[in-house]
Unconditional design. Structure first.
Length: 487
């Protein structure tokens, strides 16, 4: 067993796990030792054949090192990969992550010249839409109609096109569906990508490994497709842990109310972990608007919550985290830090590639700054007529403008962007979504008013606030004293 005395809430969970056969839903607030509690549960059931499902390989590997030998730790993807191989009776599936890129490239190259240019301009959107479609549980209508055994996808073609992030012309929509149809046919032959690993074994009736107990981590982040997979895997019992207050991935397809959906679907008894071993009392009091029953562990420091209308870069210590809703204020701060001899560590390699590609698409690299700004304005005008999420588009435009204004040419802007993203400093800069699952002694909440009040935005605010172990400081971009010096 772990070398600590369980809290009363943890002991109640252990008792329920060992003395009942109930399915359990553990509502664990930020920093409430949910992983340690899963470890306690697993070690209290040494004779039970169980599986622990995690969202990524790093977490699965960590759980494997902590859980007993009677517990198999794996990701949803690795589970799906194994199951789909068995369904097809193929010992070694061809996992090809460039699958959709090749399919879309081939389709675009085969288009008549009159359509090819526009398709290449929309290439990133087409590719992203295909990958998002898999996560949303879509299978093409034509593909489904030709199957010998019926399947029930979560989205049909019309519903998929309606759900895309951009208003889509008919020929682009047709291209997306054609690409997905080719992909589905390849999946039936054993060539799959990461999206297929979950999509196909969730929608097809497959033979799953048999476990007496399923442990699920981060259950608030499960999608409708993930629930389909769980329903097929489920045999006897499920114990899931999560924090509905940290449900922030609706934009990636997760349920808005995933834990409540799970509670109903699997007839679960709910238990709580309300004591935060991370957040000090000042922070706990500060988030009672979202988590009214949250308590601070007696061993945490008092902590503090402060607001700095005017602040200096020199006040931010090494190792601190600056967290913001959007990317543009973080990029602006990274530029400012570098100008003053401080090196940031900007989280987000995934957005770096996309931003650099967008810069490169604006025109010749020798283009002077004024012309690059004009090209950016033209790009904004075109995209604003297509994109549904205008706030996300504006954040992207502001990011690109930051780089362009720091160089004389477009090539200089691209090189500066590469320099910013490759910087390995000691001040951590990240969005609220990137911060989830991490903790820091000192957190600076940058431009809090960018976080809205609708949908999952309050959850995002809660996530940002509860990353700190000691202090939380509110700062605004406009209040930076160094910024005023150079304005």
């Amino acid at each position: 067993m772990p070398n600590f005395t369980p809290t009363a809430e943890q002991q109640a969970i252990i008792d329920a796990a060992t003395s009942t056969k109930d399915n359990l839903l553990i509502s664990a607030l930020a920093g409430a030792a949910k992983t340690s509690t899963l470890e306690l549960v697993a070690k209290a059931l040494p004779d039970v054949n169980m599986v622990c499902l995690a969202f990524n390989k790093a977490i699965a590997d960590e759980m494997k090192s902590r859980l007993p030998s009677n517990c198999t730790s794996m990701t949803l993807n690795s589970l799906g990969h194994r199951v789909w191989g068995q369904y097809l009776n193929i010992r070694r599936l061809n996992l090809y992550q460039g699958k959709m890129y090749k399919i879309v490239s081939d389709l675009v190259n085969d288009l008549p010249d009159s359509e090819k240019t526009e398709a290449f301009q929309d290439f990133a959107f087409i590719l992203r839409s295909c990958n998002d479609a898999k996560g949303a549980g879509h299978l093409p209508d034509k593909f489904c109609a030709n199957l010998q055994k019926p399947v029930d996808p979560l989205l049909n073609d019309a519903e998929l096109i309606d759900s895309l992030e951009e208003k889509t012309e008919r020929h682009i929509a047709d291209l997306i569906i054609r690409a997905l149809n080719i992909s589905a046919l390849q999946s039936m032959e054993g060539t799959i990508d990461f999206g297929d690993q979950v999509l196909f074994p969730s929608l097809f009736r497959c033979m799953y490994l048999i476990f007496s107990l399923i442990l699920v981590d981060e259950s608030q982040d499960l999608s409708p497709l993930n629930h389909r997979m769980l329903q097929q895997l489920y045999r006897r019992r499920i114990i899931a842990v999560g924090d509905q207050c940290q449900a922030i991935y609706g934009f990636r397809g997760a349920f808005e109310d995933g834990m409540e959906q799970m509670k109903v679907r699997f007839s679960m008894e709910e238990l709580t972990l309300s004591t935060s071993f991370r957040c000090p009392e000042a922070i706990v009091n500060h988030v009672r608007w979202r988590a009214p029953h949250m308590q601070a562990w007696e061993g945490t420091p008092a902590g503090s919550v402060t607001t700095r209308p005017a602040w200096s870069l020199s006040e931010i210590p090494d190792g601190a985290a600056v967290i913001c809703r959007n990317n543009a204020p973080l990029l602006s701060m990274a530029v400012n830090l570098l100008k003053h001899g401080r090196y940031p560590n900007l989280w987000g390699n995934d957005i770096a590639k996309g931003l650099i590609k967008k810069l490169d698409s604006l025109g010749p690299r020798a283009m002077a700054q004024p012309q690059a700004l004009e090209a950016l304005a033209d790009y904004h005008a075109v995209q604003s007529k297509k994109v549904k999420n205008q706030n996300k588009l504006l954040d992207t435009i502001q990011c690109l403008e930051i780089f362009i204004r720091e160089a004389d040419t477009l090539n200089g802007a691209i090189q500066y962007a590469e320099h910013i993203f490759s910087s390995q400093g000691k001040i951590e800069l990240m969005t609220g979504h990137k911060s989830k699952g991490h903790e820091f002694d000192h957190v600076y909440f940058l431009d809090k008013d960018l976080v809205g009040i609708e949908g999952q935005e309050p959850n995002l605010r809660y996530v940002i606030i509860t990353r700190t172990k000691k202090t939380l400081t509110y700062i605004d971009s406009k209040g930076c004293l160094e910024l005023e010096e150079h304005s």
